[in-house]
Design a binder for this molecule. Structure first.
Ligand code: BTN
Length: 326
């Protein structure tokens, strides 16, 4: 059943320091007491400390590795990114928050982090499932001096930062699927949503939105996902320290952004391409406004568009769309 553990966590959050009886949870969710117990055991495996007292019920003592700004800051070594962290237990969308703050003049590097989102935004108007207590949802404000057509390059910085953070904190080897998916074993583990405000002569600001499935369990994923999804917990069978992962990712993004400003897009393009899920494979693109296109993946160009070699040898430039690696 989808989102059951997320609902249990929401019940715990509402209850604060009080206990909730097993009966109350089972009634709210319409599941048996045995099923409630099964979900409590799963949450404990994920690192949640849950007290169980006969005749009183359950009480959430601590969530695994909460995402407070203090905990993240403790582990930050970055210069710009994360220099100002705004944390919300819950919000509609960290991207919407960051966009508003940027319009109000928030400084470069300001980072909005949330434990949960109730209107998490995905690409192409889709919803990004954002239950509490398990994942990372954050949005970073950048004010690069670039032209609007160069802004998509920044997506590659966030993709490489997420990939590096996974490599530094696990033994897993992530791949990146153009334009914005991080994959493990062909399943999506993270998504990126960049939004910008620009004038014809330059970018005013860019919001880099990053969602990483860290400790989500299989049953917490919505049933109707277009792309199969996974989390670090599912892949490595142990919970991830969320604040630590966040700090490592922000530190890497900081390095990448400093290099981007000094050396341009080329180094990050090369690093991205080395991790591309489509290297040596065929791809199919739909929903990109260019019809259905199929061909050999031929890399990404200097502005971040994907290159696809068609059967007739012509190399097509892809600006947007849904990509399937064949
Ligand atoms: C996608 O793959 O479709 C992009 C998903 C982006 C999700 C993140 S979570 C943090 C930030 N806030 C949002 O509302 N969306 C992005």
């Amino acid at each position: 059943m989808p989102e059951i553990t997320a609902t249990i966590l929401n019940l715990f959050r509402t209850a604060g320091d009080s206990f909730i009886s097993g009966q109350q949870i089972s009634r709210t969710l319409g599941i048996s007491r045995t099923a409630v117990w099964k979900h409590i055991k799963l949450l404990r495996l994920q690192g949640f400390e849950i007290e169980a007292v006969t005749s009183r019920g359950y009480h959430l003592v601590s969530a695994p590795n909460s995402l407070s700004s203090a905990l993240i800051k403790e582990q930050l070594t970055s210069v710009v990114i994360g220099s100002n962290i705004i944390y919300h237990d819950t919000t509609a969308s960290t991207n919407a928050d960051a966009f508003r703050l940027a319009e109000e003049g928030a400084r470069e590097g300001t980072t909005v982090v949330a434990d949960s989102q109730n209107n998490g935004k995905g690409r192409l108007g889709r919803i990004w499932s954002s239950p509490p207590g398990v994942n990372l949802y954050c949005s970073i404000i950048l004010r690069p001096q670039i032209m609007p057509f160069e802004a998509p390059q920044l997506t590659f910085l966030s993709a490489v930062a997420v990939a590096r953070a996974i490599e530094l904190t696990t033994t897993l080897q992530p791949k990146i699927k153009w334009p914005n998916d991080i994959l493990l074993n062909d399943c999506k583990i993270a998504g990126l949503l960049n939004e910008m405000s620009a004038e014809t002569d330059g970018v005013k600001f860019v919001v880099l939105g990053i969602g990483v499935n860290l400790n989500m369990t299989e049953e917490q994923f919505p049933h109707d996902l277009r792309t199969p999804a996974t989390s670090l917990f599912i892949e490595q069978h142990k919970p991830v320290q969320r604040a630590q992962f966040t700090a490592i990712m922000l530190n890497e993004l900081d390095r990448l952004y400093t290099d981007f400003k000094r050396f341009g897009f080329e180094p990050v393009r090369e690093e991205w391409q080395a991790r591309s899920a489509a290297n040596g494979r065929q791809v199919e693109i739909t929903d990109g406004g260019q019809g259905r296109i199929r061909g050999d993946f031929a890399g990404i160009d200097e502005s971040g568009s994907m290159l696809v070699r068609l059967d007739n040898g012509i190399v097509e430039r892809i600006y947007s769309g849904d990509v399937r690696v064949l």
